[in-house]
Design a protein around this ligand. Structure first.
Ligand code: FMN
Length: 230
């Protein structure tokens, strides 16, 4: 059975424009600083990072890859993510070495059994076979009368972005990838040992990225923002 993708958003930002980075930085700088002791000190480096951050496409990632000592702080930062009810509805599976080969080999039989088209199977094979380090962020919702499932899935998605940003801010390249291998039971159960209700919120590819990655056009703020005063 194919798992349902958690959420699908429409093309909200169809009209796009590209804000020059300098203009974006200047806009960020004119926000007044809060009085002392009322809030954390403004962190201009963090503001600059968030204004300009961009993923490194997985195919550009290469060695050296973060080792365990380098990865653990990134996972710690990623786990510092909003989590309504403190349910921890997510967990990590770190994939490297033979695990990546095993998953690449599993893609063909699992994909064929699930009726996935050959080109999409080949794409997943290549993604695992050519990677050096992938962190699978597992959406692992917990039974709760108070916290809706969708909030738990949002939190898992937030962990994915937090991990990407932690890696980028630490000087690594990172890319959030999904595809059928994130949702298909025939792949997830034998490949990652996921249990019922669990899915992969994201395969976060990590590595070194020494060429400036191409940016994509960014949303037109006016097209996606409604200001409501009354
Ligand atoms: C849930 C999710 C799944 C994604 N899956 C893929 C994918 O399978 N393949 C891909 O090329 N990009 C995928 N992306 C897009 C990239 O991760 C990323 O958004 C894009 O490269 C631009 O990233 P940036 O805004 O950090 O520069 C996905 C993004 C999200 C949020």
């Amino acid at each position: 059975m194919r798992r349902q993708a958690p959420l699908s958003l429409g093309p909200a930002g169809a009209a796009i424009w590209q804000q020059p980075l300098e203009a974006a930085r200047d806009a960020a700088k004119i926000i007044p600083t809060k009085p002392e002791n009322s809030m954390p000190t403004r962190n201009q480096a963090a503001v600059d990072f968030l204004t300009t951050r961009r993923s490194c496409p997985a195919k550009l990632l290469k060695a050296p890859y973060p080792d365990r000592a380098q990865l653990e702080p990134l996972l710690t930062m990623a786990a510092r993510t909003p989590d309504h009810g403190k349910l921890e509805p997510w967990r990590f599976i770190v994939l490297q070495g033979a695990a990546l080969t095993r998953l690449a080999d599993l893609a063909e039989p699992a994909g064929a059994e699930a009726g996935i088209p050959e080109d999409k199977i080949a794409k997943v094979q290549t993604a695992f076979a050519s990677a050096g380090l992938i962190v699978a962020v597992i959406s692992s919702p917990k039974p709760s009368e108070k916290i809706p499932l969708i909030e738990q899935v949002y939190s898992a998605g937030s962990v994915c972005l937090a991990l990407v940003n932690a890696a980028l801010a630490s000087g690594w390249g990172a890319n959030w990838i999904s595809g059928w291998a994130a949702y298909e039971d025939r792949f997830l159960q034998p490949g990652l040992g996921l249990t019922a209700g669990e899915t992969v919120a994201g395969y976060i590819h990590l590595g070194s990225c020494d060429s400036t990655p191409p940016d994509r056009p960014r949303p037109n703020l006016n097209a996606i923002t409604q200001w409501v005063d009354q």
